[in-house]
Each structure stands twice: as C-alpha cells, then as structure tokens.
Design a protein. Structure first.
Length: 267
C-alpha cells in the first residue's frame, strides 16, 4: 500500500519536473521547486484521504505549506532571475552548455532519477502520517529548523541580487556573504535537515530509514558539488582580483565557522 502511494507521489514529482525536457538544467532547478511543492501537497491529500491526520491535521497542513513556500520561492526566484537578468542567462548557458542537444535517453534517465530523489526528500513527512505517528514535539522542532533554512535562503538571494545590481563586477561579500560564501546552499542544507529531523520518531523499517537518510545525504552532496562548481566559475572570472582572493581565502565556502575555504585544488 505504501509503495503504491509513494509511486503516486513520484508520478506527481515526475510530471512537475518534466519542464526539464525544455531545458535539462530545469530538472534540478525550476522543476525541482515545482516537484517539491507538488509532492508535499500530494502527501497531504493522500494522508487526509486515508484518514491519517486525525488530531494532527494542523501539523500536516503546516508541513505542506512549508513545502509549497519552499517550492514557490525557489522556482519563482529562478524564473524571475532568468527572465530579467541577461548576464545570468549568459552565465547559465556557459556553465551548463544548455544550447547543446541532450540525447533523449539521457534526459529521460535524469528525469526518472530526480523524480525518485524528490519523492525520497518528502518521504519523512509521508511516513509520519502513513505510520500513524501522533507526536508533535519532534516535527515542530524540524519545522522550526526548516523555517530557519528557508529564511537564510530568501535573505541570501535578496542580498546577492541587491549587491550584484550595485556592483556587477564582483561577487556578493556583504550580509550573510560576510559569514559564508554560499549562504543559499547552506540554507538549503538547513531546510532539509529540518525535514529529516521531523521524521526521526516515525521511521518503522530499514527501508524507510534508508530512503530518508539517502535523500538527505544526496541533497548535502548536491549542495557541496554546487558550491564547488560555483567556486570554479568564480575563480575563472575573478581569480586575478586580489579583493576576491582575500575574501575567498578567509570566508568558509558553505558551512559557517567550518574552516573549509576551497573545494577546488589550486592550479
């Protein structure tokens, strides 16, 4: 029964992330936001239809709203940035080579893989209601953590847009960027840490633990990989700028206070 419902969630995530067939990078960006929002709503609908939210409907709604806000913020921000910012479109094209034709089987493989990943990412909330868990303390703690992560991402994106508008020839270095060079990626990790924590008291089998843990590890890996690729592009563009080099050498790249300053080897 649970596998059938997970399949439904996966199908919804696949449909909403299919925008990646227009531009394959959308599988992991705009389609990602759509899928998480849609996956969260699907979890709520399935939970209500199966009578699993008695006494905790408010909690299920709050967690769903969190996913919707996350997805709307991410996809909305990325769409607006790509539509309005010509320099960003150029950078994106150079970084992804999205003018190149991607073989259909490659696109299909990416599509299926991300749909499964997005299903696994929302699975902690699905398992909470599917397993009939009624405790609220741990999920509330998880929600608070996720809210902090969402706030960090939102503030970081606004600060970056503002600073790039006033000084397009330099990376953002003020506000949250004074503390960590990739605060948006850090916020992403915090958000999904909250989702994982919210399910800690509900997993009932090795399979459920494996799905939740694997999804969390994947998102952390993706964020570090994204930070590494971003640093590589910045080094190519600003590497000879002494101000940038000084900033990069003394500011942690993704985790505040953790003295990891570079993810690429110096040439």
């Amino acid at each position: 029964m649970l596998w059938n419902e997970l399949l439904i969630i996966c199908i919804v995530c696949a449909v909403l992330s299919a925008v990646g067939f227009y531009k394959y990078v959308y599988f992991l960006s705009i389609g990602y936001g759509f899928a998480i929002a849609g996956g969260g709503i699907t979890v709520l609908v399935l939970s209500i239809m199966n009578g699993r939210t008695d006494g905790v409907l408010w909690l299920a709604i709050v967690q769903t709203v969190l996913f919707v806000c996350y997805g709307a913020r991410l996809s909305g921000f990325l769409l607006a940035r790509e539509i309005k910012n010509a320099s960003y479109r150029k950078t994106l094209k150079e970084a992804t080579g999205n003018d190149k034709k991607i073989p259909v089987f490659v696109s299909a493989s990416i599509w299926i893989s991300v749909a499964v990943l997005y299903t696994a990412q929302v699975s902690p909330v699905f398992y909470r209601y599917a397993n009939g868990s009624k405790d609220i303390t741990v999920p509330i703690v998880g929600i608070v953590i996720s809210l902090i992560g969402l706030l960090i991402e939102s503030v970081a994106d606004r600060q970056k847009s503002s600073q790039k508008k006033s000084n397009p020839s330099m990376v953002a270095t003020e506000g949250l960027y004074r503390i960590v060079r990739c605060p948006n990626y850090f916020g992403e990790i915090i958000f999904w840490t909250g989702v994982f924590v919210a399910g800690l008291t509900t997993y009932r089998s090795a399979g459920q633990w494996i799905m939740a843990v694997a999804a969390y590890i994947c998102i952390v890996y993706i964020m570090f990989n994204g930070a590494q690729r971003l640093e590589k592009r910045q080094m190519a563009r600003y590497g000879k700028d002494l101000t940038y080099r000084s900033y990069a050498d003394k500011t942690p790249i993704i985790i505040p206070l953790l003295p990891i300053y570079h993810l690429n080897k110096e040439k």
